[in-house]
Design a protein around this ligand. Structure first.
Ligand SMILES: NC(=O)c1ccc[n+]([C@@H]2O[C@H](COP(=O)([O-])OP(=O)(O)OC[C@H]3O[C@@H](n4cnc5c(N)ncnc54)[C@H](O)[C@@H]3O)[C@@H](O)[C@H]2O)c1
Length: 347
């Protein structure tokens, strides 16, 4: 089985449905009202999915999650005379779901949209929760909206064309979920490897389902990311700054960011050093990098654009132990000094 469904409530109304194949077919049947957005890479691997459909195909890659591509999409929407009666469906990784969600939520002040995520990252994280947006220059996701998709359709067959490195990227977010709130998942991950999940459809579906459920619970409690949902940013404050500067994938950057956040947790929170070592083992087990050399001043300047910065403080996600996160306000001067100390320990 490769399709499954759950529904969840945001603000008391049913907002998100992972739908069954039948209901997707119902939606897709009305071809005149639906437009699919994908990128060239997804199209090249899965052209059969797109045949007989109205498609907009954009270049792939994070560098295209920008204003120029947004403008191209909005002009195409206008040319196709899309209106409130249409549905826009993003089929791709997190770059496509972030961009599609944003374009659809601002075009004509909001038209209906849904997602068919095709990477592990998009299935367990990026397509869930309604945050969307684009990058401006070096700054990640700095323009966007919080707007929930009408549906999310998970079809694990898409993952068959995923290169191994992108499985690792997905596991960065899965490890994050385990560290902030799921010790059982953490133990499962420690006893397994990527192949144990990728080669076992039932285990893979359970993994995806459990990760979605965990994120959905946080989103339901804090849809606009003003409190508890912040914990999902573990590893992302430094990670986002490194991602653009070092041209890393999102998963690689988050993994290095989690190394730093976990080390910092041994200094300013209650995480034990042996737990930090277990976290490093876990990241390595899923072929994720622990560190890559960077210029502190340049990266820190980018980090200061972070949305979590308020005045001279940054809301920083730390761990109390494996499976429990905590948020501390850290002043920017101390943070830079901690990054510098940690950085010296890495080489
Ligand atoms: N909105 C959120 O809550 C949220 C959460 C996590 C990540 N994100 C965002 O998601 C993006 C990262 O997502 P990603 O890792 O999916 O990257 P991505 O969307 O850039 O995809 C990576 C590459 O994989 C290709 N690809 C996609 N599906 C494929 C498939 N089935 N087979 C082969 N190749 C395929 C793409 O064409 C692209 O070249 C970042 O922009 C990140 O900021 C958003």
């Amino acid at each position: 089985m490769s399709l499954f469904s759950i529904t969840y409530q945001i603000h008391g109304t049913s907002k998100n449905t992972l739908i069954s194949s039948d209901s997707l077919n119902d939606i897709i049947q009305d071809q005149s009202n639906i437009v699919f957005i994908t990128d060239e890479m997804v199209m090249s691997h899965h052209s059969a999915f797109f045949s007989d459909k109205k498609n907009i195909v954009i270049p792939y890659g994070e560098k295209n999650k920008n204003l120029e591509t947004l403008n191209i999409l909005l002009e195409k929407f206008l040319n196709l005379k899309l209106g409130r009666g249409h549905r826009i469906v993003g089929v791709g990784g997190g770059m496509i779901t972030d961009l599609t969600g944003f374009a659809a939520s601002i075009y004509k002040r909001g038209v209906r949209f849904g997602f068919v995520p095709t990477t592990l990252t998009a299935m367990v994280d990026a397509s869930i929760g309604g945050k969307n947006g684009i990058n401006i220059g070096d700054v990640k996701n700095i323009v966007g909206t919080v707007s929930q998709p009408e549906f999310i359709h998970i079809q694990t067959q898409f993952l068959q064309s995923l290169p191994k490195s992108m499985w690792s990227d997905g596991f960065a977010e899965i490890i994050k979920h385990a560290l902030i709130g799921n010790e059982v998942l953490c133990n499962d991950l420690l006893a397994s490897r990527i192949e144990d999940y990728s080669s076992d459809e039932i285990r893979l579906e359970k993994l995806i389902f459990d990760n979605i459920s965990q994120k959905v619970k946080l989103v339901e409690r804090d849809p606009f990311d003003t409190g508890i949902r912040n914990s999902l940013n573990l590893g992302h404050t430094l990670g986002h700054a490194l991602e653009k500067k070092l041209n890393l994938t999102h998963g690689q950057a988050v993994a290095i960011g989690m190394n730093f956040a976990s080390w910092l947790s041994t200094k300013t929170s209650t995480l034990k050093y042996n737990e930090y070592e277990i976290i490093l083992q876990l990241l390595s087990r899923y072929n994720l990098p622990l560190y890559q050399e960077f210029d502190l001043d340049a990266v820190f300047e980018s980090l200061l654009n972070d949305k979590k910065k308020q005045d001279e403080n940054i809301r920083f996600v730390l761990l109390e132990n494996i499976g429990k996160s905590v948020i501390h306000n850290i002043d920017t001067t101390s943070l830079k000094s901690y990054i510098s100390t940690w950085k010296n320990l890495q080489s």
